[in-house]
Design a protein around this ligand. Structure first.
Ligand code: NAI
Length: 618
């Protein structure tokens, strides 16, 4: 029974196992004032401030407020004189941060500035990121994070996340135990084999889990100390890295096969042993051949999802749901053509099929409307005996094999073109023009990251379809002016989905994550697209609204979890919005004075002087 109660996310951080309040707390209506009083949070974002004094208080990024410490705080904490005399508000500090970032010309330097701020003043970093998400998400996440991963050996300064290597096999739990936070609720893990569209970056892939988890906090308010980025370092097949003197990972070829599988198994078990069954494990940037396999293997036994497959699918389907409002076509009235049949493309295809089935189509009919081409050509039935592994065979067509993508587009005349092949420029002028001739409003998604790998640019898509296409991309593109119309391309960014999904899972205590969770998330995002957004060609809500979208996704997931009886938080909170919001991270400064100063007035029980011990022997 205890195991099914999610820990601190629901109760606040109660670490003393002796507290009989533990179960009681979890089973109470958690929004009550009373529960707040009883929670003694000794870890996380509310550390007992009195225990960290002097210069260490300034050096701890969770406690540090820089010049925002008041005179009383400076004196009481023993930091008076360690800083200049000036007092600043957090707003003044934010302004300084914005000025500082603007002074950097190169995005990688902006990334480094933000990393340094994260290491120095956590609340300021998260408030800056949250309040400037449109400007800063491309820095902390794609595309700049891709560059940061490529230069990881050069820019690595101090640990943020855990590196578990294949040499740790048999001791993964011990390595996890070295992570200083006792209360981790969400892990993002990668083995670095397929970082964005950049390929195998080995241990340098750490930038991805770090960036994703920063977005967990900035976009969904999941507390930073509850997040743990992990790299499983099994080597790399990237020869350049193996020869690079700056490479920081294991200098060996990737371990594969049974040893790899045993290692990942041990990792999953160690996470549950260390942090409990409810710990959310997000798989990120694993290569296709492992991503599907591991998802299938673990999804019914662990609280896990794969963002490249399920998150991407959800955000793409959400975009298509919004397109429906422009084209008036149901999912089943479209023909879909994919370039790329990897994790992202197949995940999207599967969720489209699910959406069509919910519209009333049979699975076979639904699959027949989806055409896919990978590096070896069209997914054709003739290939089934050869190299059409696992999932791909569902989409194989009774059609002669071909590698001529433009020819295929002209033949099947799709209404929706989706690129997830990491092949920059693959949607040529001819292909885009053809899409414009088949459709009044062609849908064109160039999802590959980073920007250079996008199948076409926003400008190309709008120009070659005379401004009629509905365009979305994986990496951000600037607005495009065609004639007198300014188009604002949508960014089909998984960040619309995974933070809200994570928030919903953590607050409802779902153990296993079904596809329906991702459809719920897709619908919620699509509902947040206004008519005004649609009129500008934008099929996603503005990035600055993601935090609110995440809360809405979480609320709908909680409702779904109670309806399907898969929630493990009982009783159901009465006011779901309040329940979710009360569990979110507060990036505003709070008073830093030791708890001692706030002790309630009243008589102290005086300790009586001890009587001298009686001598019992002579
Ligand atoms: P993957 O490596 O699993 O799949 C790539 C696919 O493209 C494979 O099927 C491969 O055969 C195919 N391909 C490669 N070159 C090709 C060519 N010249 N012609 C036809 N097909 C070709 O990678 P994954 O995870 O599917 O990601 C693909 C791209 O999608 C990446 O650039 C990634 O950054 C991007 N992506 C975008 C997301 C978003 O926008 N929200 C989310 C996840 C991934």
């Amino acid at each position: 029974m205890f195991a099914s109660v999610p820990r601190s996310f629901i109760t606040g951080a109660i670490r003393s196992p002796g507290k009989k309040a533990l179960l009681l707390e979890a089973s109470k209506t958690l929004s009550s004032e009373e529960s707040k009083k009883e929670i003694h949070e000794v870890s996380g974002d509310v550390i007992c401030p009195s225990q960290v004094m002097g210069i260490d208080h300034l050096r701890d990024p969770r406690l540090n407020k820089g010049l925002a410490f008041t005179l009383e705080e400076r004196q009481a904490l023993g930091i008076h004189g360690l800083q200049p005399a000036r007092f600043k508000t957090q707003e003044e500090q934010l302004e300084l941060c914005r000025i500082s970032i603007d002074r950097y010309q190169e995005d990688l330097n902006k990334y480094l500035y933000l990393t340094e701020l994260h290491d120095r003043n956590e609340k300021l970093f998260f408030r800056l990121l949250t309040e400037n998400i449109e400007a800063l998400m491309p820095i902390v996440y794609t595309p700049t994070v891709g560059l940061a991963c490529q230069k990881f050996g050069l820019i690595y300064r101090r640990p943020r996340g855990l590196f578990i290597t294949i040499n740790d096999i048999g001791h993964v739990f011990e390595v996890l135990r070295n992570w200083p936070e006792p209360n981790v609720r969400a892990i993002v893990v990668t083995d670095g084999e397929r970082i964005l569209g950049l390929g195998d970056l080995g241990a340098c892939g750490m930038g991805i889990p770090v960036g994703k988890l920063a977005l967990y906090t900035a976009l969904a308010g999941i507390k930073p100390h509850e997040c743990l980025p992990i790299v499983l370092d099994v080597g790399t097949n990237n020869q350049n890295l193996l020869e690079d003197p700056l490479y920081v990972g294991l200098r060996q070829k990737r371990v594969t096969g049974k040893l790899y599988d045993d290692f990942v198994d041990e990792f999953m078990e160690a996470v549950v042993r260390r942090y409990g069954q409810n710990t959310l494990i997000q798989f990120e940037d694993f290569a296709n051949h492992n991503a599907f396999r591991l998802l299938k293997k673990y999804r019914d036994y662990y609280c896990t999802f794969n963002d490249d497959i399920q998150g991407t699918a959800s955000v793409a389907v959400s975009g298509l749901m919004a397109c429906k409002r422009i084209t008036g076509k149901k999912f089943s009235e479209n023909t879909f053509c994919f370039l790329g049949a990897g994790g992202a493309a197949l995940g999207i295809a599967d969720l489209i099929v699910r959406a069509m089935v919910l519209e009333g189509s049979s699975i076979e009919d639904a699959r027949s409307k989806i055409w896919m081409m990978d590096i070896d050509g069209l997914l054709a039935k003739e290939r089934i005996e050869g190299n059409l592994d696992g999932h791909k065979k569902y989409y194989a067509k009774d059609h002669p094999p071909t590698k001529d993508f433009a020819g295929l587009v002209n033949e099947i005349r799709p209404s929706v073109l989706i690129g997830a092949s990491a092949t920059g420029g693959a949607f040529t002028q001819d292909i885009l023009t053809a899409m414009g001739t088949f459709n009044d409003r062609p849908v064109i998604f160039a999802l590959s990251n980073p920007t250079a790998k996008a199948e076409c640019t926003a400008e190309q898509a709008y120009t070659f379809t005379e401004g009629r296409c509905i365009f979305a991309s994986g990496s951000p593109f600037a607005p495009v002016k065609i004639g007198n119309t300014l188009f604002k391309p949508g960014q089909g960014n998984n960040a619309y989905i995974f933070p809200g999904v994570a928030l919903g899972i953590l607050t409802s205590g779902i153990h296993h994550i079904s596809e329906d969770v991702f459809l719920i998330a897709a619908e919620t995002v699509a509902e947040n697209v206004s008519e005004d957004d649609l009129s500008k060609g934008r099929i996603y809500p503005p990035l600055r609204t993601i935090r609110e979208v995440s809360v809405q996704i979480a609320i709908k997931i909680i409702e779904y979890a109670y309806k399907e009886r898969i929630a493990t938080v009982y009783p159901k909170p009465e006011d779901l919005r309040r329940y979710v919001e009360e569990r979110q991270y507060n990036h505003n400064y709070e008073p830093s004075l030791p708890q001692l100063w706030q002790w309630p007035k009243g008589p102290y029980i005086k300790t009586r002087p001890m009587e001298p011990a009686k001598l019992t022997h002579k």
